[in-house]
Structures are given as C-alpha cells and as structure tokens.
Design a protein around this ligand. Structure first.
Ligand code: DC
Length: 233
C-alpha cells in the first residue's frame, strides 16, 4: 500500500520585516513545497509604476497604472540555491525591488483594488495543485481562506527595524536606522488601515511572536505545526 502525505497550503502573514519570507522559504524547502513571496509581486508592480512615472513624490496616477496592468508580467525563476528570483517583464529585479525607493511607495500601490485583484489571481494560479507556503498580508484571509495552516508572525518594532537595517546595510545601502524604522511603522499603519484586504490576523491563524526566537527555533515550531496538520489530514 502506498501512503500519500496530504498536500496542504500554508499561509504566513504578518507585519513588515518580521521574518515571514525567511520562515516561509525554509519551511517550503523542508516540506518540498513551492514558496511564493507575494510581497515581491506588489514590489514589482511598484517598480513598474516608478519606472513609468505613475507614482513619485506627491503624486500617484492610479488610473494610468490600472490601465497598464496588462503590460506587467511577473515571474519567479530559481537561482542556483533554488531561491526564487523575481522577474518583471523578463528582467531580474530581485535587488531593485528591495530598495527603500520601492518600499516607500509599495503600500500605496498595494492598496489599489485592481492591483490586488490581479495579484491574487496570479498567486492562486501559481499555486494550483501544489503544496505551497506563501507569505504576505492577506494570504490567510483572502488568497487562501481555506489554507490548512495559517501562521501570523509578529516581533517588537525595534527588533524588526534592526533586522531590516542589517539586511540593507549588508547590501551596501547607505541608510540610517531611524529611516528604516519609520518606513516599517508607516507601512504597517497603511497596510492595516487600507480598505481592500487590510492586514489582519485570520481568526484561525496561530500567532508567533519571534522577538526572542532564532530562525532555527522559529522554523522548528512551524515545521512541527505543519507536520501535525499534514499527518492529521
Ligand atoms: O512582504 P513585503 O514587505 O515585501 O511586502 C511589501 C508590501 O507589499 C507591504 O508593505 C504590503 C504589501 N503586501 C500586501 O499588501 N499584500 C501581500 N499579500 C503582500 C505584501
């Protein structure tokens, strides 16, 4: 008799820079599932909006962006370590989308209902018939309300800001800690208060505060939860 483990969907939501991507990617690798970074998609749309001057300091021509959504192609291709690299219209934009220039506008762009509808459709189509771990803000509430496992991550703001600051300075970005912290606070406020799909913890999500957890400890908690759900199903 062949026993087939159940394939499930895992939603990892939470605040900015609280380690969602790291956890989701490592969890997917352990389970042999695909990993989808939904934030990278909103960042790619934001980069497209910046490149085309639909958004900038003090202006946002939403209608122009909406009218041109059809000319955006977003793909993920694996690098040599099987980590997904984001491509916007066939160009590798993985580094560019992580810059503060994109971070400063991504909340505004991701609040547009038409942008969200398009990204949610893409997120669902990329995950059809697969075991998937997807991280974002609305995965457990909107994209996969039926997900068998939902995690909601949080951590103290100073810890999150320090992690993000370290990441950016390691990539040679010349930026100060307070700017990074301010950007995180602004994005959280914006993401929580937008009309369409605001950031909130799904009723059936498990809260993990990782302020005092190492990456390994956090992964081991999530892996235990996932294996329990997979074996129960
Ligand atoms: O996860 P991230 O910080 O790379 O996401 C960038 C922004 O995209 C975040 O500020 C909010 C938005 N986002 C969203 O609205 N919904 C998602 N599912 C993922 C990200």
């Amino acid at each position: 008799m062949v026993l087939c483990a159940k394939i499930i969907k895992i939603a990892v939501d939470g605040y900015s820079s609280c380690g969602k991507s790291t956890l989701a990617r490592d969890l997917a690798k352990k389970l042999g599932y695909i990993y989808i970074d939904s934030g990278a998609m909103y960042r790619a749309v934001t980069l497209f909006a910046l490149q085309n001057n639909y958004i900038g300091k003090g202006f946002f021509n939403k209608n122009d962006l909406i009218a041109n959504l059809n000319s955006i192609t977003i793909q993920f291709k694996p690098d040599k370590n099987f980590n997904p690299i984001t491509y916007l219209n066939n160009k590798n934009v993985e580094k560019e989308i992580r810059q503060i220039a994109v971070s400063s506008y991504v909340s505004e762009v991701s609040a547009v209902a038409e942008v969200r509808a398009r990204m949610v459709a893409l997120q669902r189509s990329l995950s059809e018939n697969c075991g998937v771990v997807m991280d974002g803000r609305d995965i457990g509430t909107v994209v996969f309300p039926e997900a068998e496992l939902k995690l909601f991550l949080t951590a103290a703001i100073d810890i999150r800001a320090q992690r993000r600051f370290n990441e950016l300075t390691q990539q040679n970005n010349n930026i100060d800690f307070e700017t990074v912290k301010r950007n995180l606070i602004q994005r959280d406020d914006y993401d929580k208060s937008r009309k369409t799909s605001p950031l909130r913890q799904a009723k059936d999500a498990i809260l993990i505060d990782n302020s005092k957890l190492t990456k390994t400890e956090q992964l081991s908690i999530a892996l235990k939860l996932a294996k329990k759900v997979i074996n129960e199903n």
